[in-house]
Design a protein around this ligand. Structure first.
Ligand SMILES: [Zn+2]
Ligand SMILES: [Zn+2]
Length: 266
């Protein structure tokens, strides 16, 4: 059985990843992956918004790097995507980004629960101590549902990111998951199985099995992503992710070309 595509990979332009797209592609060929896609952190309208994404003026350079990988490895299908931060009010900016290149897909991710707190940023870990964990999770999942409803994204990224550092609320989070999954089902967007969680303190794929089961019940399509920030992370732990998807009931994954989708067996 062929491995699913790895649709979540970064480049050095985001200032916290290493290795050129050609190196990620070379690794994918070594592993025998049939398809990959780059989805580096999208620029914001303001370049000083934070320090972990490409500048707006680098967007063309990003696309050129991906095109070079495509030309270097014609035997490998390489898609052009972006991991786009969803913040309420950014919709017009995201629509502008969509116009600028012939993207294959956008991954919509929530990292910010306010304009100033990116909850997965290790430099801001102390913020977690100032807040009630359940309130953070609730605010996060409310935004994630908004991201799904926005219709701007083909895929929702790392759906339960707030667990990254292993800080979990005592309360039952199922109602939060249910609201998000209902929004994703209505909007028809897919959700990724992101193996980076296995490399973080939470030691678990994003999303957790409970959230994935709810997604399966609502027939939410899935994709797979390593969230590689270095060539050595391409396709990492994909066999575990595929096993989890199958255990829950999934038999298919979604692939994208020019923002149109089709299904492939896993
Ligand atoms: Zn990153
Ligand atoms: Zn992310």
């Amino acid at each position: 059985m062929l491995s699913p595509a790895d649709y979540h990979m970064h480049t050095p332009l985001c200032r916290h990843a290493e290795g050129e797209p050609v190196e990620y592609a070379r690794r994918a060929v070594e592993l025998g992956l049939p398809e990959i896609g780059f989805s580096d952190h999208s620029p914001m309208a303001r370049d000083d918004f934070d320090n972990w994404r490409m500048f707006d003026r680098q967007l063309d350079e990003y696309v050129a790097k991906v095109r070079l990988a495509q030309e270097t490895f014609p035997q490998l299908t390489i898609r052009l995507g972006l991991e786009v931060d969803y913040l309420p009010g950014q919709e017009d900016w995201i629509r502008q980004l969509a116009q600028r290149h012939p993207w294959d897909y956008f991954i919509g991710s929530v990292h910010y629960v306010s304009d100033s707190w990116d909850i997965d940023n290790p430099a801001k870990l102390s913020e977690w101590k100032k807040r009630d964990a359940f309130e953070v999770w609730a605010a996060y999942f409310e935004r994630l549902a908004q991201a799904a409803r926005s219709g701007l994204f083909e895929i929702i990224g790392h759906a339960d990111l707030p667990k990254k550092f292993g800080i979990r609320p005592a309360q039952d989070c199922r109602p939060l998951y249910e609201k998000f999954v209902a929004a994703a089902a209505e909007a028809g967007c897919a959700m990724e199985l992101n193996t980076a969680g296995l490399r973080k303190e939470c030691r678990e794929i994003y999303p957790c099995p409970e959230l994935l089961e709810l997604a399966w019940e609502r027939k939410i399509p899935i994709t797979f992503g390593s969230d590689a920030h270095a060539p050595g992370e391409v396709g990492l732990n994909f066999s575990e992710a595929v096993a989890l998807a199958r255990r829950v009931g999934y038999t298919e994954t979604r692939r994208f070309h020019r923002r149109q989708h089709e299904s492939l067996p896993i």
